[in-house]
Design a protein around this ligand. Structure first.
Ligand code: PLP
Length: 257
């Protein structure tokens, strides 16, 4: 039996809570074969991001070519994109049809406040996306107005959908009000919300990466997007629950895959 392959194009997290490492854990836990293109190396732990080293565009392009020539993925996700050159390399492959079922997590900042990605790089890729999964702050940076409430999230999702992606999920897990972790989804059939009871834990580093990786994984397995979204939301909740009592590092710990 040959497992389906799924590709992550993202940054490395030395603490292995987010980025490439989180994505590969998701893929392995779902019995997919994950390949990886590293867009940046971060020096990082549970306390935050200490340093960021973007890969030159030709290094990103070379990794993409190696993987796509030999192990074509059924789905791919893009996380941290630190430079316009890296975005151009990814966009070129997407234009050639080599990145089907493309999920874009428009990473801009770590939750510890360190800049990781650039808006212009993300905008370049939006027309090629099947799904994009910004959190409220990322959605706000992309639409240009504050995204504070669930109604704002739905409005931002609709606006972002006009740039090309077929589905937009604005995640609201960081909204502090209430016991509900709510995400706004824009689909061709209109707007709806995904709900899950909030799981309170300091160990929530890498939730965005994990959510988008789980969506890409389920698309690679043949799910339609709405089913993949519901699956991914439940996957993140289970991973948060599993790590609730972990004591790894002095800060915001990782999830349990
Ligand atoms: N480091 C890398 C490489 C990432 O891709 C991301 C987010 O996507 C982060 C750090 C930030 O993760 P968090 O916001 O969960 O701390």
């Amino acid at each position: 039996m040959t497992p389906p392959t799924v590709l992550t194009i993202a940054g490395s997290d030395s603490g292995a809570g987010a980025g490439i490492q989180a994505d590969l854990k998701v893929f392995a836990s779902l019995r997919l074969y994950g390949t990886s293109v590293v867009t940046a190396t971060t020096a990082q732990n549970t306390r935050g991001v200490q340093d960021v080293f973007p890969m030159p565009g030709n290094v990103v392009a070379a990794q993409l070519t190696s993987v796509l020539d030999d192990m074509p993925p059924r789905a791919a996700k893009v996380g941290m994109l630190a430079t316009a050159e890296a975005a151009a390399a990814v966009a070129a492959k997407a234009r050639s049809g080599l990145l089907p079922n493309l999920v874009i997590d428009p990473v801009l900042e770590s939750s510890s406040g360190r800049r990781l990605g650039v808006v212009s790089a993300i905008e370049r890729l939006l027309p090629h996306a099947t799904v994009i999964t910004p959190n409220r702050e990322e959605a706000s940076a992309l639409v240009g107005w504050p995204v504070d409430t669930p109604a704002d999230m739905a409005g931002a999702a609709a606006q972002l959908a006009s740039n090309g992606p077929r589905y937009v999920v604005v995640t609201g897990g960081d909204l502090v009000a209430g016991d509900d972790a709510v995400d706004a989804v824009w689909t061709e059939a209109g707007a709806r919300f995904l709900h899950h009871p909030r799981i309170g834990t300091r160990n929530n580093h890498g939730t965005g990466c994990t959510f988008s990786a789980a969506i890409a994984a389920r698309l690679a397995l043949g799910d339609a997007v709405p089913e993949a979204l519901v699956f991914a939301k439940e996957y993140v909740a289970r991973a948060l629950r599993g790590a609730r009592d972990w004591n790894l590092g002095g800060g915001q710990g990782p999830l349990d895959h």
